[in-house]
Ligand binder design. Sequence first.
Ligand code: BES
Ligand code: MN
Ligand code: ZN
Length: 514
Amino acid sequence: MTALTLSTSAAPGLRADAIVIGVAKGAKGPVVAPGAEAVDTAYDGRLAAVLETLGASGAEGELTKLPAPDGFKAPLVIAVGLGAEPGRDADYEAEALRRAAGVAARTLAGAKKAAFALPVEDAAAVGAIGEGVLLGAYSFNTYKDNGAGTGTGKNAKAKNGRTPLAEGVLLGGKPRDAAHKAALARATAVSEELNRARDLVNTPPNDLTPAAFAAIAQGAAKEHGLKIQVLDDKALAKDGYGGILGVGGGSAATPRLVKLSYTHADADKHLAFVGKGITYDSGGISLKPAGHNETMKCDMSGAAAVFAAVVTAARLGLPVNVTGWLALAENMPSGSAVRPGDVLRMYSGKTVEVLNTDAEGRLVLADALWAASAEQPDAIVDVATLTGAMMLALGSRTFGIMANDDAFRSAVHEAAEEVGEPAWPMPLPEHLRKGMDSPTADIANMGERMGGGLVAGLFLREFVGEGITWAHLDIAGPAFNEGGAFGYTPKGGTGSAVRTLVRLAELTAEGDLG
Ligand code: BES
Ligand code: MN
Ligand code: ZN
């Protein structure tokens, strides 16, 4: 994992593989962003002109390499685009800094040390740049050959220099400033746990079974002093978790329900996070066709986000109680799998007619939502790669937010915006409920095809305890990046929703939510 430090050193004397600077899109061409003054001076104040000659415009995502000026200990300057230059008296937006730092950190794979001379106006900028560096430097090499032909394994170093940047030095950050130090510590905790969530998502499903995920949670609970309870298939059967058991019944890898509790002595609020943890979604008997199942190891991204958020809350010592529920199962077809037409008796006591075994996420979540409700938390937020329909609606970078409370939905949306996660509010239209009427059971697990993401949300709502504030995040789009890396987002698992959940825990701790 990349190490981060703050430094007041001047750029020229710094021994590093590269100095990263910012370039913004000005009215009359590229402008050098604050933080890069020493580099500009060494270029006789001609750095903007040099960058323009090299084709730089300052556009977001752009990266320009140039040799460091004479007298610099680092050989290379990397100029990253920050997008439009902010107006007079305005600062660079946190997300622009986060993305630019991410682009640079990704390019620096294989390097030992890089200095980031980006604009730092305040502690928020330190946090954003720190996150950008740590998230952008991420790579998943666990299963890559180390180049010497001596196997894979956890410690294998990837060939072709793809090991992450070892050290990032943030220039302009003040090492003795309490707010700067706190921002760096927060960025480190959030990013390290978010990267661990990405690891979980990227781990192939033959290795990351429900039991393996639960064991990892147990290890983290021990490390961070969290209370943990793991229900295995026998315990789930004894307690009547028909949804989780029904979905997990087709797999040789049996299901689990993990409850992870972080408590703080000064807390007076309690948040529950519930994550969909389908370690592989084949569709079950309603089997997905080829072309739709290759990335379905990502179907536990909600559980990974919840797990990461609870651990981060603990690492930050937030004065709020947070319970994470991981609903873990593998959705496979077999002689013991749930069939279309089966009726499941859920943990809540309601019966569900399973019309499509590929609508499995809502079944495991229903049980976990009901279990979470029994503790009467102040609010429940579930996170799930729930529907292809949400992807069709919002694309692959934005998650949908549904809720049984308009103010809470807005608060979740604001929290997401604040941390740089694109999200959008979605309705729960009452008329779609009747599409799930079943002639046999209390409800069916499928309704109208149109508005499928909202139908799924309406299904979940039925399993939230009376009077409990609840929001549902459908992260089917942003959880897994099938395209190329961009900003601080790598290919594969992205860690979607982790930062939003952490922000919600912080806001609740501060008494600013619910
Ligand atoms: N895990 C999928 C949803 C999904 C699709 C996530 C693509 C990420 C990318 C979910 O379990 C599913 O299969 N949903 C069905 C529901 C339908 C059968 C009602 C869907 O969206 O097609
Ligand atoms: Mn499915
Ligand atoms: Zn699924």
